[in-house]
Write a protein of this length. Structure first.
Length: 367
């Protein structure tokens, strides 16, 4: 199997990919349900913007330190399993709030809890992906992982509209809680002897600062982060806040319309992400075979990005990289990138847009 789907030849990655496809569907079902619930409780645009901000504030404030902590873990699969259980519990609680007709501040608390879970989940997922595949399959795996996320948004958003309209917000949240079981099963079924474990990074003072310093030394990363930040500040508030307001308040389309709008926003991104996975390996890019080592052997330390021996690369999405050696940052650069991106997108721009576009708290579509 060649091209964008080459990583599916790896059994462990197939398990991980199928599990994440299921989990992402549930995640986006809850995301649509959460937006619907905030507006249904009469919060309006400002409340919706605050919900998004508090959910991503933990990543903005602690993303770098979470990446450093993940680098030090010896049992990342166990940590990821614990995080999945915690996220499932938060989904159950959100369903209870929806069923009981709670208050907007309760949604704020649960969104903040989900944000804490996410700040740990992001580096764990990227780190685990680097341990599942290596060498020429890396580019395909990263692209498929991102495509699974976006495909889950397409299916999950559309399915959420149907479930909310027919069974209610609580049913969509509880469906997300059940979807985490797929990841737990996949983690348990993976063959450890076919993985490429990375040794834990020793605890050294100033590791987070080293990650930030590494970013200042890479002009190519400056360009990447700048382009991503500009596009995100301009587009993400539209997707996360203004679209739900337009669908629910202006057009009165209800839960079904909200789900269809979310699916339409994500559909075209899948094609681009799969196309990115078809790119051939570069000399210093994803899929480099210079780091290939036999299974069941920890990878040693090698040259950093300047030596073209990275353990991961920024492809399609920003994520924690697994780099080791004198020229690298030990894996923190991806955490810095994600932190910078989320801080720009959600902690500042989202709230600013919602203050300008907030409609009346009373939504006519909830008569």
């Amino acid at each position: 199997m060649d091209g964008a789907f080459a990583a599916l030849t790896n059994r462990n990655f197939r398990l991980y990919f199928m599990a994440k496809c299921v989990s992402h569907v549930g995640t986006w079902m809850q995301r649509v349900a959460q937006d619907y619930l905030v507006l249904h409780l009469g919060g309006g645009g400002t409340a919706l913007g605050i919900t998004v901000a508090v959910q991503f504030a933990p990543t903005a404030l602690g993303g770098v330190h979470a990446s450093v902590w993940v680098d030090r873990l010896a049992h990342r699969r166990r940590a990821m399993a614990a995080e999945q259980v915690a996220a499932a519990m938060l989904a159950v609680f959100l369903g209870v709030v929806a069923l009981a007709g709670g208050a907007v501040w309760q949604v704020y608390l649960l969104a903040a809890g989900l944000g804490v879970s996410t700040v740990v989940s992001n580096p764990l997922q990227q780190s685990l992906l680097a341990e599942i595949v290596d060498g020429p399959l890396r580019s395909s795996a990263v692209a498929l992982n991102s495509a699974a996320f976006t495909s889950g948004r397409v299916v999950g958003s559309a399915l959420a509209g149907v479930v909310i309209a027919g069974l209610g917000v609580a049913a969509a949240c509880w469906a997300n809680a059940v979807s985490f079981a797929a990841v737990l099963v996949a983690l348990a079924a993976m063959r450890r002897e076919e993985m490429y474990p990375a040794p834990p990074v020793p605890r050294v003072p100033g590791q987070a600062r080293a990650g930030l310093a590494y970013l200042t030394q890479r002009g190519d990363l400056h360009v990447l982060f700048t382009v991503t930040a500009i596009a995100s500040v301009r587009l993400m508030p539209f997707q996360t806040v203004l679209v739900p307001l337009l669908v629910m308040d202006t057009f009165g389309a209800g839960a079904t319309g909200l789900g269809i709008a979310g699916a339409a926003l994500a559909a075209s991104a899948v094609v681009g992400q799969l196309a990115a996975g078809r790119r051939p390996p570069d000399a210093c890019g994803a899929g480099s075979t210079r780091t290939r080592q036999p299974p069941n052997r920890p990878r040693g330390r090698g040259p950093g990005p300047r030596g073209c021996r990275t353990r991961s690369i920024l492809v399609v999405r920003l994520g924690p990289q697994r780099m080791h050696g004198p020229g690298s940052d030990g894996g923190r650069s991806g955490g810095c990138g994600r932190t910078t991106k989320q801080m720009l997108i959600f902690s500042a721009s989202t709230f600013w847009w919602t203050r300008l576009s907030s409609p009346s708290p009373s939504l006519g579509c909830f008569r």
